[in-house]
Design a protein around this ligand. Structure first.
Ligand code: PLP
Length: 362
């Protein structure tokens, strides 16, 4: 018997090979390599999918977060509120922009920020809250906005794990002031390399992101904004993403169905985080007090697993010096109780059955 991989990107590539070859050939024939027709078309198609007027391609998801933060940070403020259980990307992005992090705890049932965990941390130094739709779950952005807006605090959605979450007309990425996306190959919409995007409903925010992603230019060779950089999505990736965006909803349904099978099979020593309405099912995460023995049990059944994420941001070696007073009871407890199961749309029926059997016999 073979190992059941945590992810296997070659399967989607094989299934889509004809379409991908055609899309890449179109780019080669066009002679456009950056910011050409594929890129413009992808930006429009993504914005339309999300139901927002603007989407701007960038080089990756971490850049998307950084540029989004810079674009909406009110002047004179420098504190960013974030969860500490989301892999550290927001922390990296905010710190690069020169902002300070303040971490809010998460809801014990859903693992995401709530208005109740954010509100007590708001003060006049706070410029933005980053809400991560972790694992693909739709966080309650409206409730968080309601406590932020009166204080002039911007709300950024981190949709790196949640493209396709929500419902048509109310997609994640359309709820906050601005939203960041990653097209890293393992994401629900993955490129054949790196990629990212920033979506917003504000023409002003969109224009700021478009300046910042290309040296701070407002037009060729005219640097209007300091803090700019080079962060572009290239034509090859844009062409691939256009092919895959068309298949996204179908892939999301497949992901959700797999997690639902895991949930139905799992023994009562394992809690599969529920795939509730609008969940994009990026990761199949289970909670258990016995992570190590579950991981060993799965390995004995040749099932790969992983932890997202083992080290909360305020405990990261590079950040810990700035966070001596930070204690997050729920975040710290959950970090030791989570395990992610194999999940990608091309998992085969017999593989899913084997994961289910291992979950049932634990
Ligand atoms: C992957 C990810 C990012 C970063 O995206 P990159 O394209 O790898 O820079 C940011 N936030 C979350 C929640 C992610 O999962």
């Amino acid at each position: 018997m073979d190992w059941i991989p945590f992810n296997d990107l070659s399967r989607a590539i094989a299934a889509q090979r004809v379409e991908l070859d055609a899309a890449l050939a179109e780019v080669l024939d066009s002679g456009w390599l950056v910011h050409g027709p594929q890129h413009s078309a992808f930006e429009s198609e993504l914005a339309e999918y999300l139901g927002v007027p603007h989407a701007a391609g960038v080089g990756n998801g971490t850049d998307a977060l950084e540029l989004a933060l810079r674009a909406v940070m009110p002047s004179g403020r420098d504190v960013v509120i974030s969860a500490a259980n989301c892999g550290g990307y927001t922390s990296t992005a905010a710190r690069r922009a020169g902002y300070r992090l303040r971490y809010a705890d998460v809801d014990p049932a859903n693992h995401v920020l709530t208005a109740d965990t954010v509100a007590p941390l708001l003060d006049e130094g706070v410029g933005a809250v980053v809400v991560t739709h972790l694992y693909g779950r739709v966080a309650d952005v409206a409730a968080i906005r309601a406590v932020c807006e009166p204080l002039g605090v911007s709300v950024v959605e981190d949709c790196a794990q949640a493209l396709g979450a929500g419902a048509p007309g109310s997609r994640t990425g359309s709820f906050g002031d601005v939203a960041a996306f990653s097209f890293y190959p393992t994401k629900n919409l993955g490129a054949l390399g790196d990629g990212g995007a920033v979506a917003s409903r504000s023409a002003e925010t969109d224009a700021a992101v478009r300046r910042l992603r290309q040296y701070g230019w407002d037009r060729k060779y005219s640097v209007a904004d300091d803090g700019g950089r080079n962060s572009r999505l290239d034509e090859m990736q844009a062409a691939v993403l256009r092919v895959r965006l068309r298949r996204l909803d179908e892939a999301t349904r497949a992901r959700r169905a797999i997690v639902e099978r895991y949930a139905a099979a799992a023994s009562d020593r394992v809690r599969v985080l529920p795939i509730d309405a609008g969940h994009a099912a990026h990761l199949a995460v289970v909670e258990t007090k016995e992570v190590e023995s579950l991981q060993a049990h799965l390995a004995a059944a040749l099932v790969r697993s992983d932890v997202h994420y083992p080290i909360p941001d305020h405990k990261q070696p590079a950040f810990v010096a700035d966070q001596s007073g930070t204690f997050l009871a729920t975040t710290e407890q959950l970090a030791g109780q989570i395990l992610s199961l194999p999940l990608f749309p091309e998992l085969q029926d017999d593989e899913i059955e084997r994961v289910c059997a291992a979950l049932a016999s634990f």
